[in-house]
Design a protein around this ligand. Structure first.
Ligand SMILES: C[S@@+](CC[C@H](N)C(=O)[O-])C[C@H]1O[C@@H](n2cnc3c(N)ncnc32)[C@H](O)[C@@H]1O
Length: 363
């Protein structure tokens, strides 16, 4: 059995954001060390890391959707029915669950109860002789026996959540430390279709390397998620947002707190932006994928003109981070634009659909 030690954590991400989440963890927490990455199908990326100094700071991570303390782990869980007994025994005898409970108590003062209610969420990838629900019950039995049946099972609003993930023969038992406020921020008063998940908007902002002297632009800002994540990430010289749709302009204005000034939100066509040449340091944007917003036929016309326009307004050495589901069109355009250097790409899954983040530098 592999033992990663008492202070091991699991960060859940949107699939494909694992590496960005890890960079953020390193930057924010300093002395964390990476154990590895995993994928739970199309649902989650996992970042497994050790961190000796857990504090509420862990809950400040912005590209992570949910955070867990790793209460137990097993590398070689049986795929036959013996696996169920192993799962039950592992959580029942976990050396580290009490460490996780202590960390949870310290992070959320006042949350502790002597005999809490709990629920178990189980996920499973691979072929096993038992079902997901059998594994879930095995974890439940393990916990009930561990605490002499004093802890009670709850359906929904439980005091504690244990997330059990079985990836082929690798079993992870995580005690959930975060709640929904980690991934849903509280700033969105109004929503629009195709609005970005805040963790993804933050990850894109992180990739642009925000600096206090930046003039920052989202030329297709929708509900304003990227602008708000940028505003919260660090100081700025100016935030600029625009959209062709007047409803989006109204929504962004309502969502963004005026305290983040200076900020200008303008209705425009992103292929003809009323801004001077080379006046922008960073562009971060989520382009219409051609499904929920726009069509592929429209994108064939829109994208080349858009990239041309961004090249004009971006200063040499400036950076552009864009997200798109157009996985052939964007690489073609980048190839045709010599003065846009492709620095990195990240293939991700957004609501079950493949998309890519492109990080480009203006030569
Ligand atoms: C995928 S959405 C952006 C969502 C946004 N990031 C959010 O989180 O709410 C794309 C946006 O591009 C806008 N758009 C489409 N064509 C445009 C154009 N030519 N100029 C400016 N905005 C455009 C749409 O109105 C839509 O709001």
């Amino acid at each position: 059995m592999t033992d990663f030690g008492a202070f091991t954590f699991l960060a859940h991400t949107i699939p494909g954001l694992e590496h960005i989440a890890w960079r953020e963890i390193q930057r924010r927490l300093g002395n964390a060390s990476l154990i590895g990455y995993r994928r739970v199908g199309q649902r989650n990326g996992l970042v497994l890391f050790q961190y000796r100094d857990p504090s509420a700071q862990l809950l400040q991570l912005k590209s992570t959707e949910d955070l867990f303390h790793l209460a137990a782990y097993q590398k070689d869980t049986s795929a036959d029915r013996r696996g169920l007994q192993q799962i039950e025994s592992l959580i029942r005898g976990s050396k580290y669950l009490d460490v996780g409970l202590r960390i949870d108590r310290e992070m959320h003062r006042g949350r502790a109860r002597r005999h809490p209610t709990f629920r178990v969420i189980a996920r499973k990838e691979g072929t096993h002789a038992y079902r997901r629900v059998d594994a879930q019950r095995a974890v439940q039995r393990g916990i009930l026996k561990r605490y002499n049946y004093k802890w009670r099972l709850a359906e929904d609003a439980a005091d504690l959540e244990i997330w059990f993930t079985l990836l082929d023969n690798e079993a992870f038992f995580g005690l959930r430390l975060s709640d929904h406020s980690m991934r849903h921020r509280d700033y969105k008063v109004q929503h629009l279709p195709a609005s970005l998940r805040p963790t993804l908007a933050y990850a894109m902002v992180f990739l642009c390397d925000p600096q206090p002297e930046d003039v920052f632009l989202d030329p297709m800002c929708g509900a304003g998620t990227i602008l708000i994540e940028r505003a919260e990430a660090s100081r700025h010289r100016l935030l600029l947002g625009g959209d062709i749709n007047p409803q989006a302009i109204g929504t962004t204005r309502r969502n963004i707190d005026p305290k983040y000034k200076p900020i200008q939100i303008i209705q425009w066509d992103a292929t003809a932006i009323p801004l001077d040449d080379h006046s922008i340091d960073k562009v971060v944007s989520n382009l219409p994928f051609g499904a929920q917003v726009g069509t592929h036929a429209e994108n064939i016309v829109l994208y080349p003109a858009f990239f041309q326009e961004i090249k004009r307004v971006l200063r040499p050495g400036g950076r552009m981070v864009v997200l798109s589901g157009e996985q052939q069109l964007v690489p073609q355009i980048i190839q045709q634009n010599e003065d846009l250097n492709l620095d990195e790409t990240f293939d991700i899954v957004v609501l079950g659909k493949p998309a890519t983040i492109y990080v480009l530098d203006r030569a």
